[in-house]
Design a binder for this molecule. Structure first.
Ligand code: ASP
Ligand code: MG
Length: 419
């Protein structure tokens, strides 16, 4: 079986969905599992709904309406007959959402978040599955929440591999075209969980692992894995072949083309990963597989914008020792800060973090009891794999360098725009 993942950008409108159909016509669709994300920016739009719900905003219904209208427009373009069953199916998902938001009393933001945001994937797969059947491409719609089991860390759930393996082995019919949702799972009480933003790639890897798939293909609006994000760098080039190790490093440092959790399950079973263009599906794209001889010869650039550089020093000039450091890490973990760089000296300790969940104010209050806390917000973290003097100059020119760190293959630089 082959696993294909189509992200939000590939199904952002009716044209996009027709294009997915065309890709399948070109590359084949037998014995394929399609993992699909929410359409376009639906996940962000549903985040607004959740915020409005918790803020008790008067905009709540209007924000739901907006998501609904967006999908309805796509339906109208795909199906000429408004009595087609898909209209009722999608309508029910939205009315269930309203019922849920009226009924729930849960003060647990992350729990409510997952119950709501997951509908983006439920709607997108419902539409794609109906559309494919409508144009004669028979397929089976699979509810991923019945297969991928997780703990109840809402918004960042951890997969229960044993249960998931059993469910997937039983639940997926080979030889069919199966269509399922990326990003979602469910906990032991069958409440919906999510695997972290942009987690659909990871879903594809979970299925591939459990099905011993032949390969995974992530279909993108770029030709494959580039050595730099073309939004921030000129002259990006395509990497034809890279090793799992290189891909893990690139993803870990923030190259958004592959979700970082995706590589590990694939590498364990040596399942090749292809990253290809959904515009030119017959081009080879990038292949990720085993082998040190696949390292790119060119520097690879990764930038993470909007990072926080936090520096802690002792209040009394004492050293920052192991016990302080372990306490600091416990707190970073508790407040769900992802650390992407660490630097310490005798009496100070700095970390560059991504405050994805907006917890810094709380963390700072706790840390300030024990340390002098200084910070720079809105800094950029540049990582250059296979760096050179020339590639370093590319990222530092015209910027203030706050931290610079080098290891054998990797250079990391935290910069601030000069105001
Ligand atoms: N729809 C989810 C998100 O936007 C998952 C994904 O796209 O991979 O984060
Ligand atoms: Mg998405």
């Amino acid at each position: 079986m082959k696993v294909f993942k189509f992200g939000g950008a590939s199904v952002k409108d009716a044209e996009g969905i027709k294009n997915v159909y065309s890709v399948l016509q070109q590359v084949g669709h037998e014995d394929v599992l399609l993992v699909i994300s929410a359409m376009g920016k639906t996940t962000n739009a549903l985040e607004v709904v959740i915020k409005n719900y918790f803020d008790k905003s008067a905009e709540l219904l209007a924000s739901i309406q907006e998501v609904r209208k967006y999908h309805n427009q796509i339906l109208l373009e795909l199906f000429e007959d408004e009595n087609h069953a898909v209209f009722a199916a999608v309508g029910k998902i939205f009315s269930d959402l309203e019922v849920f938001l009226k009924g729930t009393k849960s003060p647990n933001y992350n729990y409510v978040y997952d119950q709501v945001v997951s509908l983006g994937e439920v709607v997108s797969t419902t539409i794609v599955s109906h559309y494919f059947n409508h144009v004669g491409l028979k397929n089976t719609w699979v509810d991923v929440r019945e297969l991928i089991k997780t703990d109840n860390t809402y918004r960042d759930a951890i997969v229960d591999w044993d249960a998931t393996q059993k469910n997937i082995s039983k639940g997926i019919k080979k030889k069919n075209l199966n269509i399922t949702q990326g990003f979602l799972g469910s906990d032991e009480n069958n409440f919906t969980t999510t695997l972290g933003r942009e987690g659909s790639d990871y879903t594809a890897a979970i299925f591939a692992y459990c099905l011993n798939a032949e390969s995974v293909t992530i279909w993108k609006d770029v030709p494959g894995v580039l050595n730099a994000d073309p939004r921030y760098f000129d002259n990006a080039v395509l990497l034809n072949q890279i090793s799992y190790r290189e891909a893990i490093e690139l993803a870990f440092y923030g190259a958004t083309v592959i979700h970082p959790k995706t590589l590990q399950p694939l590498q364990r079973k040596e399942i090749p990963l292809y990253v290809k263009s959904f515009v030119n599906p017959l081009l080879p794209g990038t292949s990720v597989s085993k082998g040190a001889d696949l390292e790119p010869q060119t520097s690879c650039f990764i930038v993470k914008k909007n990072q926080l550089l936090i520096s802690l020093s002792s209040l009394d000039f004492s050293f920052i020792m192991e016990e302080n450091i372990s306490e600091i890490f416990l707190l970073l973990h508790k407040y769900r800060m992802k650390v992407s760089l660490i630097q310490n000296s005798a009496i100070s300790f700095s970390v560059c973090v991504d405050d994805k969940f907006g917890n810094f104010a709380e963390l700072k209050a706790v840390l300030s009891k024990k340390f002098k806390v200084t910070y720079n917000d809105d800094v950029s973290l540049y990582t250059i794999r296979h760096f050179s003097d020339k590639s370093e100059a590319t990222v530092t020119t015209g910027k203030e360098v706050l931290v610079k760190q080098t290891s054998r293959e990797t250079l990391q630089i935290v910069t601030k725009e000069i105001a």
